[in-house]
Design a protein around this ligand. Sequence first.
Ligand code: ADE
Length: 379
Amino acid sequence: FFAIQHEVFMEHLYEKLQVIESDRHPLSNMERLKAITGPLLSWYDDHARSLPWRDQPDPYRVWVSEIMLQQTRVEAVKPYFNRFMEVFPDVKALAEADEERLLKMWEGLGYYNRAKNLQKSAKVIVESYDGRLPGSYEELLKLPGIGSYTAGAIASIAFGVPVPAVDGNVLRVISRVLASEEDILKASVKKKTEDDLRKIMPHHRVSAFNQGLIEIGAIVCVPNGPPRCHLCPLASLCLTRRFKSWDSIPVKSPKKPRRIEKRTILLLETDKHQIAIEKRPDSGLLASLYQFPNLEGSFDEAQLWRLLTSRGAEIKSIESAGTARHIFSHVEWQMNGYRIFLKGDIPAPYLSADVSQLRTKYPLPNAFGAYIKLLSGES
Ligand code: ADE
């Protein structure tokens, strides 16, 4: 009851507050942005979620968390982040990590280049900065895998440097506050937002200002479905709320549709429960990870039997392992798998692994998750 009363009260308050902006003298965009600072900071003080990297914002933790949080939800990141900090507690440990172990730690988070760039940067930081992340926005920007958003986040959250950190969350919040119909996927719109925020951000609270905007974007001004304006400290200033146009703002140009790729997955198994795997090339999609041998295109059992026999395999039997689908950013794999029971051992050039090694040793992308489960007897 009290919570509802509070919300109703807040809504009335927001309505009243709008009186300060008269119809004859609407705020300019910069005035409107300047006006968000006060309510944003008090809201953040009261509502910021307690997160492992927030509660202890040293540069290394902020860096790793920001990289993990790219394209990945907070709840999904938390367990990865905590494990990562245990295994690689500092920049030096990360720089010296075995790449395969690092990729195994990243398994399931996707976008594996993020992990490889983290390690490349860690090596640079050890060699050129004595193992400590540089505190300047410009120096951070030079490191592999660090763009304007991440450099801004690390500089402001860990070092208190007054630079903005504009990601998709922040672009959504700002374009909604201003009811801007500019395409937020355009680099020029991101640049303009960064320039504008840099001018109005309060220098004594840069971390709270940036994280407050990110937080509102994550839990109030949400991307899918109606924003939760009754909880928003910026509601009285928000032009999108005033015009009730949240379903058309932000504007995002349509992405080109994903390419669909049919793949036939070969689960080559021996009597001794060994399974064939191979390492993917060290560039391109899922670079340096392991996979089950697979073919582009759709093959049926008879075709596979002929093809593999012609390559020298001695097959006992083939049975279906079912279909699976995996969505990457630019491509979708539509997979059809087969369990292929072999007479002898796993033939070269494949590597031979048992199910427990698939789970603990080799980094295998999530795309093959359904087949790993099947081989483990879980489905
Ligand atoms: N997403 C990206 N950066 C974040 C942060 N610092 N806190 C919460 N969510 C985030």
